[in-house]
Design a binder for this molecule. Structure first.
Ligand SMILES: [Zn+2]
Length: 216
């Protein structure tokens, strides 16, 4: 199937989950404006869609043996589960943990998973949305430090320009969403009302998601 047609179908699927927004004027958490946006948390809310999209990624990598499907964090775990389930090698599924050390971003593997990646292990990396690629590149380094091999990277969406250390990358949608500084935004100039929904919702969500029962 034509890449462009295939991407349109995948975008349509993401739209039906409510994750993909187009033809809008959206305020991003960074303060920049854009006309298109994917809301990460909604990407995997429809099990049959997630399974279908995971199977497309698995099919792409089906010709290579895979021991482990590894995602950058628990966020992409549902998708990586679906990829692993559909891959003929029947790989196991693990995830890394994102964190900070000395002001630098870093990715680690939970201790329980460390023995599962070693010399010769073939790992397929899975991520939902790849924007800068920083986290994935850290994960690639980590896998290689353990002596394991990165078979490739599969994701739902990535920025066209992103480079993942030259690893074979397959994304269901490759697309750059142009972002603008408010002063230079063509939509502001046209007077299109600004949709602040995604930034507002984040602020609302954060306090409740970090509340944990306190030990008495
Ligand atoms: Zn604007």
């Amino acid at each position: 199937m034509d890449t462009e047609v295939r991407e349109k179908i995948h975008l349509e699927i993401l739209k039906r989950t409510g994750a993909y927004h187009a033809n809008d004027h959206i305020l991003l958490p960074s303060g920049q404006h854009t006309s298109e946006y994917i809301e990460k948390t909604l990407v995997t809310t429809e099990p049959s869609f997630t399974e279908g999209l995971g199977a497309v990624i698995a099919k792409h990598f089906a010709q290579w043996p895979v021991d482990v499907v590894l995602s950058t964090g628990p966020g992409a775990l549902i998708l990586s589960h679906c990829v692993a389930r559909a891959h003929p090698s029947r790989p196991i599924v693990v995830y890394g943990a994102k964190g900070q050390a000395g002001g630098k971003r870093r990715v680690t593997l939970p201790v329980e998973y460390q023995r599962l990646l070693h010399q010769g292990t073939k790992a397929l990396l899975v991520e939902d949305l790849v924007s800068s690629g920083t986290t994935l590149n850290l994960l690639i380094d980590l896998v290689e430090q353990l002596g394991a091999q990165v078979v490739g990277v599969g994701c739902l969406w990535r920025r066209t320009s992103v480079d993942l250390n030259g690893k074979p990358t397959f994304s269901l949608v490759s697309r750059d969403f142009p972002t603008y500084d408010p002063e230079a935004c063509p939509l502001c100039r046209k007077g299109v009302p600004l949709n602040e929904e995604f930034v507002r919702r984040r602020h609302h969500r954060r306090p409740s998601s970090v509340q944990e029962p306190k030990a008495q």
